[in-house]
Design a binder for this molecule. Structure first.
Ligand code: GDP
Ligand code: IMO
Ligand code: MG
Length: 430
């Protein structure tokens, strides 16, 4: 396998984890490059469900290095809980100590980041983003404001102490004066950081420069994305986005192995579209079709349990995603969710409600989305069970027509089709 990035190509929850898990079989080195425990990634193996937030799902295999890159932000308590839950699910403890490595440059989500995420959302009121409240925005804000604490800082108490002298007065002022929230003493944070040091010690990879050099030379690398292109801080539906770069280019930055290490960027699309949190979605279906997609697709968030809003596949959005995400091929998931639909709609353009003008260009200002109505193409459903199809040939003819049209419009090949959550419910196309 070529070195491959798995990118969510819509609004997250496209089934990236299933695709990553499948490709991980052929990789030696799996690296998460951005996001934090806002991600909720489900892998199903022989009907058993594993849930991941921070830890690369490659941990399910033997002897694959699972690397958390510098672009990721880590909430220590969630990290601890995730490992405990995975051990409860039957993954051997030794696998974590042997295979899991963290770049010491990764930033830490501190307790005040979680407080601020919640407080910011309340303050925004009806303009709230609908975040996962995992402290993601405040952690990345501090990183860019150069007020962040990195994993490596935990291992030198003098450096940490000096940093806290700068950071804490700033954070406390915001917590207290703007939000009327509880402040933190330096001793309190130092004590927590001592616990964090113990927690991370078995995993932190101080030798990361050599480890990454070796990976570049000798290993097949899989870059595991979280969130999706339309949640990208630069290219998504700003401000209804996350605070990192899920796009393919984000992998070069967050995993720090250079752009030329990447050979292929697989964009994972659902056969329809979903979104959790605020922000418009032009093809959203508020009626029967949306409810049916939500029910059959079991569209509820892995991290927050919130219902996902559902709609039909949006081609202008997908073409935009191919462009800015740098996608070179497609993995299309959840085709089976359409098995009982009589009619399937595909949005092939946006019509300006005032001028009647039709465009294929994705309007980047989310505030203008309400001015557009989808231009639909209609496809006949197949009313057949696809969940046992193992080859492209076995798929119903109407499903093939739908897939061909998507491929034709997006101008990159569909290489993987997923017809169920399990590993073996997958069709690979040469
Ligand atoms: P991710 O965040 O992109 O990894 O996706 P999530 O794990 O949040 O959500 C995808 C959900 O769809 C999970 O529950 C998967 O087990 C499930 N899933 C993945 N592929 C398929 C598929 O082809 N068909 C069906 N029915 N479910 C799928
Ligand atoms: P995976 O990796 C779907 C959404 C939140 C909110 C916005 C900002 O499972 O696809 P944040 O907490 O990141 O500041 O929230 O982004 N969001 C996701 N939506 N899947 C995810 O991850 C998401 N991670 C964040 O709902 O709208
Ligand atoms: Mg998810």
């Amino acid at each position: 396998m070529k070195n491959t990035v798995v990118v969510g190509a819509q609004f997250g929850d496209e089934g990236k984890a299933k695709i990553t898990d499948l490709l991980a079989q052929k990789a030696d080195f799996i690296v998460r490059y951005q996001g934090g425990c806002n991600a909720g990634h489900t892998v199903v193996v022989n009907n058993k469900k594993y849930k991941f937030h921070l830890i690369p799902s490659g941990i399910l295999y033997e002897n694959k290095t699972c690397f958390i890159g510098a672009g990721v932000v880590i909430h220590p308590e969630s990290f601890k809980k995730e490992i405990e839950e995975l051990i409860n699910d039957g993954i051997a403890q030794e696998k974590f100590t042997k295979n899991l490595k963290i770049n010491p440059l990764a930033h830490i989500t501190m307790p005040y980041h979680i407080d601020l995420d919640g407080a910011d959302e309340i303050k925004l009121g009806k303009n709230k983003i609908g975040t996962t409240k995992r402290g993601i925005g405040p952690t990345y804000s501090d990183k860019y404001a150069r007020l962040g604490i990195r994993i490596e800082d935990l291992f030198d108490e003098e450096i940490l102490s000096n940093k806290l002298d700068v950071i804490l007065p700033n954070k406390n002022a915001v917590l207290e004066k703007i939000y009327g929230l509880k402040t933190y003493t330096k001793e309190e944070i130092l004590n927590l950081c001592r616990e964090y040091k113990e927690l991370f010690a078995p995993y932190v990879c101080f030798d990361w420069q050599n480890v990454l050099r070796d990976a570049k030379k000798n290993k097949t690398i899989l870059f595991e994305g979280a969130q999706g292109v339309l949640l990208d801080i630069d290219y998504g539906t700003y401000p209804y986005v996350t605070s990192s770069n899920p796009i393919g280019g984000g992998a070069a930055v967050g995993a720090s192995m250079g752009v030329k290490t990447i050979d292929e960027v697989i964009g994972v699309f659902k056969a329809y579209i979903t979104r959790v949190g605020e922000g418009d979605m032009v093809t959203e279906q508020l009626g029967e079709d949306g409810s049916k997609l939500q029910e059959i697709g079991a569209e509820f968030g892995v991290t927050t349990g919130r219902p996902r809003r559902c709609g039909f596949f949006d081609v202008p959005l997908a073409k935009y995603s191919v462009l800015v995400g740098g996608l070179t091929s497609i993995a299309l998931t959840k085709l089976d969710v359409y098995d009982s639909f009589d009619e399937i709609k595909l949005c092939v353009g946006y019509q300006n409600k005032k001028t009647g003008e039709i465009t294929q260009m994705y309007p980047t200002s989310v505030y203008t989305h309400k001015n557009y109505a989808p231009v639909w193409e209609s496809y006949k459903g197949w009313n057949k069970d696809t969940t046992k199809c193992k080859t492209y040939e076995e798929l119903p003819e109407n499903a093939k027509i739908y897939l061909k049209r998507i491929e034709e419009l997006l101008e990159i090949p569909i290489k993987i089709i997923s017809v169920g959550p399990d590993r073996d419910q997958t069709i690979f196309i040469d």
